[in-house]
Design a protein around this ligand. Sequence first.
Ligand SMILES: C[S@@+](CC[C@H](N)C(=O)[O-])C[C@H]1O[C@@H](n2cnc3c(N)ncnc32)[C@H](O)[C@@H]1O
Length: 437
Amino acid sequence: MSSPTPFDFFAPCPRGLEAVLAAELAEIAQGLPGAAGTPPFEVGAQVPGGVHFRGGWTAAMAANLHSRIASRVLLKIAERAYRGEQDIYALAAEQPWERWFSANETLRVDLTAIKSPLRSLEFATLRVKDAVCDRLRSVSGARPSIDTAQPDVRVFAFLTATVCTLYLDTSGEPLFKRGWRLDKGAAPLRENLAAGILRLTGWTPGAPLYDPMCGSGTFIAEAAQIALGVAPGVERRFGFEKLKQYDVSAWQTMKVAALDAKRRAGANKADLPIFGSDISGDMLDKARTNLARAGVPSLWLKQLDARAIVPPTGEPGILVANPPYGERIAVRGRGPRGEVREPRHASRDDGEQAFSRAQPDAADGEFFRAFGDALKQRFTGWRAFVLTADRSLPGQMRLRESTKTPLFNGALECRLFRFDLVAGSVKARPGSQEPQG
Ligand SMILES: C[S@@+](CC[C@H](N)C(=O)[O-])C[C@H]1O[C@@H](n2cnc3c(N)ncnc32)[C@H](O)[C@@H]1O
């Protein structure tokens, strides 16, 4: 189905990445062939946590397939002022959900709210679910089953203090799940946060990119896919494929083009100037597997302590890192007296919760000071970007940041610190040791 009627969509993203998501959506819109009768893809307002856009199914499908920064693509179904749960029920019960899915599909309803006066958001969620089920039963005689783990269809309700908006999800699994990550490693960065950071650094394909604490390889896999034109969603399915209406033939054309691009990328023998290292051989094995599954040729990967790094190439470029922080994953390597330091806690995969309880350890200071010295002494001309929840990091590295950008890694407030390692003008912090060699 190709509808000339444009729809309103909302693409949520990690907070702090709204502007780069809007720029990315504008590029995706430009890359779409304009067909007669297809509504234009118009990027709209940025709001905290996402970007609105308008267009036909082609816009929604292209955003799902090509956006590296969006977390989802949501189709706006209805919006109205509310005062209580009954208003929310009525709004949801009025919507022709049967146009999009039937009672044969399993359903999940999620609700988020900012400043809602309602006493129980759980109860409000149940009312939306009841309304959708009641509506389908009244038109078809059957209610959909609820499946919170792997639903066919997801409905999202968003409440402000006065307005309820209902969305139908077109993505399914969140878009940061690209489909290439087999092994998560200990503390992987979400792919869409990594891709947004790459855009914030101003890195462009062709310029050197180095992650000296690459872990499972998220930054370098994203960068290599960008350099080779591999669509982030080429290996996965999307929620819209379960809906009654979407533009099937346009989707097949888009998907075939994306698969062809991935095949060409796999055959590309060019050496990309994208480099990764980590102190852990296990992590590098995971990175190699992830890179192969992401359809990119093998990159330069070395087992190195970040305190001992040297530029992997003669031309200065962008260094980007997400160092260990607190209990989530500890700094490893040898301490100042040569002692071996092991992580204080076993690797955890429970993401932000563990991360948000984390506190840096005083002993990490020695590592960051030595890492800062390595940058000052050997990376002249590079720009370094470090993502951390530890605001004292520039002080520990004895470097003064040029910019700091607030970003959210899930619920955890982080900063992306930028250090310009320009010859003769590295801004040292008071009390720091100047470069010695
Ligand atoms: C937060 S993780 C990075 C995760 C990575 N961005 C990803 O998406 O998988 C920190 C990484 O720093 C590495 N690391 C710890 N101590 C190190 C050291 N002294 N030198 C280099 N890497 C180190 C760990 O092995 C881990 O892979």
